[in-house]
Design a binder for this molecule. Structure first.
Ligand code: NAD
Length: 326
């Protein structure tokens, strides 16, 4: 079996590749993995360093928007797990063009190549942000798409294209929509690694607005196990929400991070709110739990403590990336 992983040098994609190659997914124990990644500012081969020399891994530096390179890597592929995307909301507010071209056009190029090569499963990794913002309760997969940022709008557009390739052409697509992830190897512009690395450097942490925006935090390992269940057992054309993390306001999250590094509230710098900032996200993940037996495993306190420790012990990983990003 051959699995094509797009964006496999990014945060979540590299966790998936490391897990797969280390035998965490027994059904794919012998699978060959092809990673297609452009190595934008967000992708780095150091995320795959522990897999270096593994004969089951082939890395191809290339753009998912390029039909030639996508056609070449798609040959002989059975399963596509599509992570590659522009993923940072703040960057999409500063400039949305790359989000539209990579997330929308890039996904269409992949879907077409997957169709041309007859792949048997295409997992399109999406986000709960496509649903918009919800004051109370939780979104089922049938909720209308009401994305509010250029990032989430581009992801929603890619979800609809993925759906259309199933409905029109019968491509065996599944879509996953997950809540906020945390864990090692997350690029230090996202809130948890940004705050932890700032605090490790004795710098303040910028808290948006009143700090009361709510997010559901799920460990990246739980997200990847959910994706794997969908890859193996998901029904064609179906959407699966992935959640079950811990809901916290940004203020509560910040207080936990301050405590973890032994700092106090004087390290918070209140900054103007993000434009169009979604107030609350919350997915109903009963479908993947009931149909595929998914359940999150990593308790938040343990996962967060391990994550903070990882950043403290891996300055060599994040310092160059943080310099590159500014
Ligand atoms: P990331 O930004 O860390 O990684 C993205 C990867 O895609 C990078 O390695 C980058 O080099 C690559 N890439 C970007 N443009 C490319 C292109 N044109 N061609 C080839 N490769 C390209 O992102 P992440 O946080 O790992 O997110 C992965 C996926 O999961 C995304 O699709 C995102 O929308 C989704 N998601 C993320 C979260 C989260 O909390 N981070 C939650 C739910 C869903």
């Amino acid at each position: 079996m051959r699995v094509l992983v797009t964006g496999g040098a990014g945060f979540i994609g590299s966790h998936y590749v490391r897990s797969l190659l280390s035998g965490a997914y027994p059904a794919y124990a012998d699978a060959e993995v092809v990673v297609l990644d452009l190595l934008t500012y967000a992708g780095t081969l150091t995320n795959l360093a522990e897999c270096e020399g593994n004969p089951r891994l082939r890395f191809v530096r290339g753009d998912i928007r390029d039909p030639r390179v996508v056609g070449e890597v798609m040959a002989g592929v059975d399963v596509v797990v599509h992570f590659a995307a522009e993923s940072h909301v703040d960057r999409s507010i500063a400039g949305a063009a790359d989000f539209v071209s990579t997330n929308v056009l890039g996904t269409q190029v992949l879907l077409q190549a997957a169709l041309d090569h007859g792949v048997s499963r295409f997992v399109h990794v999406s986000t709960d942000e496509v649903y918009g913002s919800i004051d109370e309760g939780a979104w089922p997969e049938t909720h209308p798409l009401e994305p509010n940022s250029p990032y989430s709008a581009s992801k929603a557009a890619s979800d609809l294209l993925a759906r259309s390739y199933h409905r029109t052409h019968g491509l065996p697509v599944c879509i996953t929509r997950c809540s906020n992830n945390y864990g090692p190897y997350q690029f230090p512009e996202k809130v948890i690694p940004l705050f932890v690395t700032n605090l490790l450097d004795g710098k303040k942490v910028p808290l948006y607005g009143d700090g009361l925006n709510v997010r559901d935090w799920l460990h990246v390992d739980d997200h990847c196990r959910g994706i794997q269940l969908v890859a193996e057992k998901g029904r064609d054309g179906e959407i699966y929400n992935i959640g079950g993390g811990t809901q916290l306001t940004n203020k509560e999250l910040t207080l936990r991070l301050l405590e973890a590094v032994g700092a106090d509230e004087s390290m918070i710098e209140h900054v103007p709110d993000r434009k169009g900032h979604d107030r609350r996200y919350c997915v109903d993940w009963s479908k993947i739990a009931n149909e595929l037996g998914y359940t999150p495993r990593v308790p938040f306190d343990e996962g967060l403590a391990a994550t903070v420790r990882w950043y403290a012990e891996h300055r060599d990983w994040w310092e160059p990336l943080k310099k590159r990003a500014t």
